[in-house]
Design a protein around this ligand. Structure first.
Ligand code: CP
Ligand code: NVA
Length: 304
């Protein structure tokens, strides 16, 4: 299928295409809330493959696709054994005969790229070790609901140069906002993604000073100090990231109307305090809900 499209990274798409997805998400949100969405995808099956745990990704993809009249399958890595029991190529070919789309949460990003290459149906990245593009689409939608266009805003991520930082860098190539990552030394984003963002003229800065980073910021972004698969590093990371906890005091220098986002799950009291999570600037549950609206728009765009 020559013209099938995948959603593996934000910067695979043009700004116009990303804007169209965000517009559809925004238009469909009130209809979805009122259970009035037309069933545009009857008899379509989305396979949802997970090699890592999930609350938001699983539920938002499954509910979102069902809202379009489609159906979903939940499959774990242990069942399909992609790359162990069977080659990525063969899994891709077989699943493409049964399903109309594949959403996958996986460790190795390259295996997801390979899956997409061999599949004849759209593949959507539901998080890999490298990036988490659907999350950042929902994040941008949330920023724009609360602050208007993200263009010209300053988004400051305080924490790890992880898959979310990488997706924010990808987004900074496509939307003219300023991205700042405040991380400890040794926890930088992916080198190739930083180089690509730099070459594309994206506005971003990496600093090791959280206080300086949040000065005047419009959006403060948080994620866990250690990601899924890094649990053994938790003790060391808690120590290394201690100065990067988001507290009310840290945010005193941010813009008066700043908003606080966290992709969740949050480790309350670790990367973010209860005071901030539950405070007046926090929009973390709007953000979680928007996963469903943004992803439904992605699925509607990719799956015919
Ligand atoms: N933010 C996010 O992807 O949450 P889950 O890990 O619960 O899916
Ligand atoms: N960086 C985190 C995001 C969880 C949604 C992880 O990869 O575990």
């Amino acid at each position: 299928m020559a013209d099938k499209k995948d959603f593996l990274a934000i910067d695979d798409y043009s700004t116009e295409e990303l804007r169209a997805i965000l517009t559809l998400a925004r238009e469909q949100k009130p209809l979805a809330r009122e259970h009035r969405l037309p069933h545009t995808h009857p008899n379509r099956i989305l396979a949802c493959v997970f090699a890592k745990p999930s609350l938001r990704t699983r539920v938002s993809f499954e509910v979102g696709f069902r809202q379009l009249g489609g159906e979903t399958l939940f499959i774990t890595d242990k069942e399909i054994g992609m790359g162990t029991r069977e080659s990525v190529h063969d899994v891709a070919q077989v699943m493409s005969r049964f399903c109309d789309g594949i959403m996958i949460r996986w460790f190795d990003h390259q295996e997801v790229v390979d899956l997409a290459k061999y599949a004849t149906v759209p593949v959507v990245n539901g998080l890999t070790d490298l990036n988490h593009p659907c999350q950042v689409m929902a994040d941008i939608m949330t920023v724009e609901e609360h602050l208007g266009s993200i263009d010209g805003k300053t988004v400051v991520m305080v924490g790890d140069g992880n898959n979310l930082a990488n997706s924010w860098l990808n987004a900074a190539i496509k939307f003219p906002f300023n991205f700042i990552l405040a991380c400890p030394e040794g926890y930088l984003p992916d080198e190739g993604i930083m180089q690509k963002a730099e070459a594309a003229g994206a506005s971003f800065m990496i600093t090791h000073d959280a206080r300086e980073a949040v000065e005047g910021a419009h959006v403060i972004y948080s994620d866990a100090f250690y990601s899924m698969g890094q649990e053994e590093e938790a003790v060391k990371r808690r120590k290394d990231f201690a100065p990067f906890q988001i507290t009310g005091e840290l945010l005193s220098g941010a813009d008066n109307d700043h908003i606080v986002l966290h992709c969740l799950p949050a480790h309350r009291g670790e990367e973010i305090t209860d005071e901030v999570m539950d405070g007046p600037h926090s929009v973390v549950f709007d953000e979680a809900e928007n996963r469903m609206h943004a992803q439904r728009a992605i699925l509607a765009t990719l799956i015919g």
